[in-house]
Ligand binder design. Structure first.
Ligand SMILES: Nc1ncnc2c1ncn2[C@@H]1O[C@H](COP(=O)(O)OP(=O)(O)OP(=O)(O)O)[C@@H](O)[C@H]1O
Ligand SMILES: [Mg+2]
Length: 405
């Protein structure tokens, strides 16, 4: 089975993610790759960009090209009824009003999970060669991409709670039980969610399969936010493999206002080169009008890809490495930019669990067995990598903190 190719576009609001994603999908389809484009932004604009009506159901829009805009309500009704009903029944039994219980049953991040499940679903069928994902602005996307980690934790917990409930139920047989027991179907559903999340994570963090592409404009604020996103995405194990610089004023932009703009832009372009090199850079000029409909999207694709194929993988560097240095084991995490100098990166280690916290984001890493008897001996930043050194533990695992510089 040939692995499906996943291309994710992310970036600050309004930089051109939807346009670039749509242009990519059209080009892929034109080159013969069976492609599906999916928007995970609840404020969907993919349909406007492609000028075709879209919905929460996959729809064929032209040869080799299908599209959908994720619709949480639709997903819930179609796929989550069992679990949702159980959770609201459970909450109801604990005295929560029925209406509130129903609302609470929509657990956090459900919409993100729906999107990720499509990736898993499509990868299992052999209908597509490529999935292009158009996302919401960066902060939401980082949350989306951190989701397999977080959800896994959440579901381990739920699974534990449910198992305990069953145990309690066994010892209290004969007594009146107020708590409703989950049906076998609910248990199977929860277990299937865990398995599917693990699969999604495997696909999405395999650089031979998944590429995250950052869309940026030559503007100061945009660059700063994109640098931050690069660090967070790396922290969560995603390979950022290229940068799309969109809305570049062409050299012959005329005089007056545009001359000044052009000078300012040159500095920003240089800044992007420095910040993101050696990542592959794809470039597109600013259009005189909005990019709407196939013709202008094809023009955008020409600028971005020229004769090349968007299917190409530009980098397969993994943002996590484990190696030995003398007799210390090192775990290195790619963190290209420090998020905020006033905030520290914190490390917590206990047995085989390492938690790295950075600017409000938390990554939980399960360490291999060989690390179980070790503890964090120190950590420092070096050339865009956070090198965490492990040494034999003197006692049971302990927390450690890293000061930044
Ligand atoms: N190179 C360009 N030249 C001119 N207009 C552009 C260019 N790229 C994008 N646009 C226009 O800018 C607007 C925003 O683009 P788009 O919707 O692709 O951005 P986005 O990053 O998806 O935005 P959002 O964060 O709101 O989802 C659209 O009207 C689009 O047509
Ligand atoms: Mg968009």
């Amino acid at each position: 089975m040939i692995a499906i190719r996943v291309i994710v576009y992310t970036g600050k609001g309004g930089v051109g993610k939807t346009s670039v994603a749509a242009a990519t999908a059209l080009r892929l389809a034109k080159l013969g790759h069976r492609t599906v484009i999916m928007s995970t932004d609840s404020a969907h604009s993919l349909s406007d960009s492609l000028q075709v009506p879209l919905s929460g159901e996959v729809r064929k829009i032209s040869d080799n090209l299908d599209a959908l805009e994720i619709d949480v309500q639709h997903e819930l009704e179609q796929k989550w009824t069992e679990i949702q009903n159980y959770i609201s029944e459970f909450l109801g039994s604990q005295g929560v009003e029925p209406i509130t219980a129903k609302e609470l049953a929509v657990f956090p991040g459900m919409e993100f999970m729906s999107a990720l499940f499509y990736v898993e679903e499509f990868s299992g069928r052999e209908e597509y060669d490529a999935i292009v994902i158009d996302t919401a602005p960066t902060a939401d996307t980082v949350r989306l991409l951190s989701y397999p980690d977080v959800a896994n934790w959440y579901f381990e917990k739920i699974f534990g709670i449910v198992r305990n409930l069953i145990k309690i139920a066994r010892v209290t047989v004969g007594k009146v039980m107020k708590t409703p027991m989950p049906s076998d179907k609910v248990l199977q559903d929860i277990d299937s969610i865990r398995r599917r999340l693990a699969k999604v994570k495997e696909i999405m963090t395999d650089p031979e399969q998944t590429s995250v592409r950052l869309v940026v404009n030559p503007e100061k604020m945009v660059i700063t936010e994109t640098m931050r996103a690069y660090s967070y995405l790396s922290l969560y194990g995603y390979t950022v493999e290229s940068v799309v610089i969109n809305r570049i004023f062409p050299e012959d932009s005329g005089d007056g206002y545009f001359r000044d703009k052009l000078e300012e832009q040159k500095e920003h372009l240089a800044q992007i080169e420095v910040a993101f090199s050696p990542l592959k850079m794809l470039r597109a000029n600013i259009f005189s009008t909005e990019i709407v409909g196939r013709n202008s999207l094809q023009l955008l694709a020409d600028m971005l890809f020229g004769e090349s194929d968007p299917f190409e993988i530009y980098s397969t560097e993994k943002p996590m490495r484990m190696y030995e240095e003398g007799d210390t084991q090192v775990l290195a995490l790619k963190i290209p930019f420090r998020i905020d100098d006033s905030r520290r990166v914190e490390l917590y280690n206990r047995k085989d669990l390492l938690i790295v916290t950075m600017g409000g984001y938390k990554r939980m890493i399960t360490l291999p067995h060989s690390y179980a008897s070790k503890e964090v001996g120190g950590a420092e930043f070096e050339d865009g990598w956070l090198k965490i050194r492990f040494r034999e533990a003197e006692e049971d695992g302990r927390g450690a903190e890293e000061e930044g510089d």
